[in-house]
Design a protein around this ligand. Sequence first.
Ligand code: SF4
Length: 61
Amino acid sequence: MAKPIVNQETCIGCGVCESVCPAVFKMNDGKAIVIEADYEANKETIQQAIDSCPVAAITLE
Ligand code: SF4
């Protein structure tokens, strides 16, 4: 699993990705950011976050 990226312009700060995958996504100043983590170990919840983002702001590097 590649590192996920959050498009800071598209993200509306809904917090869903952090709820689904808190090991990788954190809310920061009203937007989600990606923190250093074992992306391979978290691949299922990362994919869930990608699928759950209402504005498709999460992509893979
Ligand atoms: S789910 Fe999408 S819009 Fe919501 S905080 Fe995460 S990246 Fe932003």
